[in-house]
Design a protein around this ligand. Structure first.
Ligand code: G3H
Ligand code: 13P
Ligand code: ZN
Length: 309
């Protein structure tokens, strides 16, 4: 049991049909719920921290909580920076003990993205950490663009091959139609699997990463709405599409929104049904349980990662 890099996890996932779940963490209950789920399912695990999470919980707390999860669960866990926006935050996280960082240069032009990623790779590799980069842009429905311009921002397979070759990056996040948050598609869900297969064919040894992979299960949206929420029109990536992606080179699947929905639905239910309750343990505890069952469901039924540790 230790903080590990994703090297071995990805090497195994690359030659199999499952993907490793990378779950966003922000506090103790979320970390406990996820780690317990991975332990029960005997699954590989990546815990990831966004810049927002660092700001909310402070890096020292999150790192210690992840170390506690390792000690308590006996699991090997990857501690990963999600969407690092510049060299400095990636360096800081590597120095703090993160075993993996994402440098997200997707908003830059190709050459700039390469230069920035290369710089992070050099530093991280020297310190024994691994690096994820992103090529192509994840457009959300809120960007209000049509299908053609949406796919114009998808990852170009030839560029992906050149990018990996020139940066030496360990894994690559690709854009094939997913997006962050609870509003992913206006019409029918669509992922460009042909493009995924082309990318996979050109860089068969590079683990691919799917961001924006929450499925936004209707029952959780309904629950949130039933107890006083209002999130109309939420739509995620259908579960079978995530399964298909896992079979075509996607080794890491990022999930945040589904955890938020599961935890919030349960907390809303409790406070709605027991309005006089004010002991935080009485709603955060069940919130933690809701995270655990959501993560177990993901690992088992969507990622196919049970017993792949
Ligand atoms: O990709 C973004 C993740 O869902 C993290 O979200 O920046 O609100 O922590 P956040
Ligand atoms: P979701 O919003 O679909 O959960 O995606 C999370 C993500 O990609 C984190 O990097
Ligand atoms: Zn993301």
């Amino acid at each position: 049991m230790a903080l590990v890099t994703s090297k071995e996890m990805f090497a195994k996932a690359l030659t199999s049909d499952y993907a490793v779940g990378a779950f966003n963490v922000n506090n103790m209950e979320i970390i406990q719920g996820i780690a317990d789920a991975a332990k029960i399912e005997n699954a590989p695990l990546i815990l990831q921290v966004s810049a927002g999470a660092r700001k909310y919980a402070k890096p020292a707390y999150l790192i210690k909580l992840v170390e506690a999860a390792i000690e308590d669960s006996g699991l090997d866990i990857v501690l990963h920076l999600d969407h690092g926006e510049d060299y400095d935050i990636c360096k800081k996280c590597v120095d703090d003990g993160f075993t993996s960082v994402m440098i997200d240069g997707s908003k830059y032009a190709f050459e700039e993205n390469i230069a920035l990623t290369r710089q992070v790779v050099e530093y991280a590799h020297e310190k024994g950490a691994v690096v994820e980069a992103e090529l192509g842009r994840l457009a959300g429905v809120e960007d209000n663009i049509n299908v053609d311009s949406r796919s114009a921002s998808f990852t170009d397979p030839d560029e992906a091959a050149e990018f990996v070759e020139r940066t030496g990056v360990d894994s690559l996040a690709i854009a094939i139609g997913t997006s962050h948050g609870a509003y992913k598609f206006k019409g029918d869900p669509y992922l460009d699997f042909e493009r995924l297969q082309k990318i996979r064919g050109l860089i068969p040894d590079t683990p691919l990463v799917l961001h924006g992979a929450s499925t936004v299960l209707p029952e959780f949206v309904e629950l949130c709405n039933k107890y006083g929420g209002d999130i109309p029109g939420a739509q995620g990536v259908p579960e079978e599409m995530i399964r298909t992606a896992a079979k075509h080179g996607v080794c890491k699947v990022n999930i945040d929104t589904d955890l938020r929905l599961a935890m919030t639905a349960e907390i809303r239910r409790i406070l709605f049904e027991q309005p006089s309750e004010f002991d935080p343990r009485k709603y955060l505890g069940p919130g933690r349980d809701a995270i655990q069952s959501m993560v177990r469901h993901k690992i088992k039924n969507v990622l196919g990662a049970s017993n792949q540790r």
